[in-house]
Design a protein around this ligand. Structure first.
Ligand SMILES: CC(C)(COP(=O)(O)OP(=O)(O)OC[C@H]1O[C@@H](n2cnc3c(N)ncnc32)[C@H](O)[C@@H]1OP(=O)(O)O)[C@@H](O)C(=O)NCCC(=O)NCCS
Length: 392
């Protein structure tokens, strides 16, 4: 067993080096370290030292997570998890995960969330994929918004990265409206934006609409006189369907551009294909897990969301003896056998209503009769898209 300690800001440079090495990145520049020092709270971080040197680190950052019913719940965002190759496979990650659970309890955060570097690590600690991201490629030269839609590209103003930084209050305001209306999305703040500011390329473009914004970069590909520049969209935030349409129309009007790509900004249920004259000009290249959730305190977390219909269901989490009755009237602890048994890793998708209980049942993550799972589908389901495009 190693000792988990609380680091100080003096440790940040060494921690930056440890993480850069582990994630295959360049050592952090001073402005990046400065931005991190305002975002990471060392009192909510854990370090392991050996012979005085930092050999493992993990941090938790407070977020709000939007749930069905558009209520929010407090979430511990788990980030910067790394163990030096000299010290891996000796149980340090397990210790860090335990320490992070405790930090979440101390801060009244019933849910923990993270993005996983690889898919095989976190289920054993109770995390499960709860949102998905859709890697897309739009063939800009073939794609066109159908004539039947009214588009007003002039609502979109293009700014440089430097101008965006000056307009961070406008950006945050638009993001805040969007995340409060989007199940699965997280809150961000000025300190979070600052990290993006130091990491993003100077040529980044900020396209602002009164009801949203997009952030993207154009990489030139002149191809010896056959230009097909590439656009990469980092964020697409819209608060009205018109903003969605206007932003896409403005980006698609970029001459000399061939493919438009996005890794996380476009949700699995984004309505763009419906606006395109030929929906096949948009290809889904991959569908990946994005936000993994661990529901540490199911009673608090499930009480924060709303439910459909008028049925109720009792549920017990594997490894716990608490039985919860969940209904549109609320969540209460009851005694007696539960209708449904759930792995902890299945609680995140149930909480967001992003995967049906029937599918989770087929995948052996929840257990109950067919009728129980159908009741759970009615109760936990909703018709809203679930999406997060916020890296933790
Ligand atoms: C991933 C990482 C944090 C694991 O740390 P570690 O201290 O070696 O992990 P532990 O020894 O506590 O292992 C805990 C369990 O996870 C498993 N595990 C660890 N890393 C794994 C991986 N990359 N893939 C699958 N399983 C993994 C271990 O086998 C062990 O399983 P067991 O309990 O069944 O024996 C470390 O290898 C690392 O820093 N990697 C590079 C950076 C990274 O990917 N960080 C995660 C960011 S999301």
């Amino acid at each position: 067993m190693f000792e988990l300690e609380t680091p100080t800001l003096d440790d940040l440079e060494a921690i930056g080096e440890l993480d850069a090495r582990n994630f295959g990145a360049s050592p952090l520049k001073p402005d990046h370290l400065e931005a991190l020092s305002h975002w990471l709270d060392m009192d909510r971080s854990l370090v392991v030292r050996d012979a005085g040197r930092a050999v493992a680190f993990a941090a938790s950052v407070p977020f709000e997570l939007t749930l069905p019913g558009l209520n929010t719940v407090r979430m511990s965002g788990v980030t910067w998890v790394s163990v030096a190759p000299s010290h891996t496979r000796q149980g340090i990650l397990g210790q860090l995960m335990h320490g992070l659970d405790q930090l979440a309890i101390d801060h009244g955060e019933s849910v923990l969330g993270l993005q996983a570097s690889t898919g095989g690590i976190y289920e054993r600690f109770g995390y499960g994929p709860a949102t998905r991201c859709r890697v897309i490629e739009l063939d800009r030269r073939a794609a066109r918004i159908a004539n039947s839609y009214n588009v007003d590209r002039r609502q979109v103003t293009l700014y440089s990265k430097a101008e965006r930084i000056e307009r961070s209050a406008e950006q945050l305001d638009r993001f805040d409206r969007y995340r409060r209306a989007t199940i699965g999305e997280l809150s961000i703040n000025a300190a979070y934006l600052k990290i993006g500011d130091v990491r993003s390329p100077d040529e980044q473009i900020y396209a602002e609409h009164p009801d949203g914004y997009a952030i993207y970069t154009i990489s030139p590909r002149w191809n010896e006189g056959h230009p097909a520049h590439e656009i990469s969209i980092d964020s697409m935030v819209w608060n009205t369907p018109q903003a969605h349409l206007d932003l896409w129309a403005a980006i698609m009007a970029s001459d000399l551009v061939g493919p438009i790509r996005s890794r996380i900004a476009i949700g699995p249920d984004d309505p763009l294909p419906y606006f395109l004259a030929d929906p096949r000009t948009l290809r889904t290249v991959e569908l990946n897990d994005f936000l993994w959730l661990k529901v540490n305190d199911p009673k608090t977390a499930f009480a924060a969301r709303t439910y459909r219909g008028d049925a109720s269901l009792t549920i017990m989490v594997e490894g716990s003896d608490e039985v919860l009755r969940i209904s549109p009237q609320g969540v209460e602890t009851v005694s007696g056998p539960a209708d449904m048994l759930a792995d902890r890793s299945a609680l995140g998708p149930l909480l967001l209503g992003s995967t049906s209980a029937t599918v989770l049942g087929t995948g052996r993550r929840v257990h109950g009769s067919r009728q129980t799972l159908a009741t759970a589908d009615l109760l936990f389901g909703h018709g809203d898209p679930v999406h997060s495009q916020t890296y933790i």
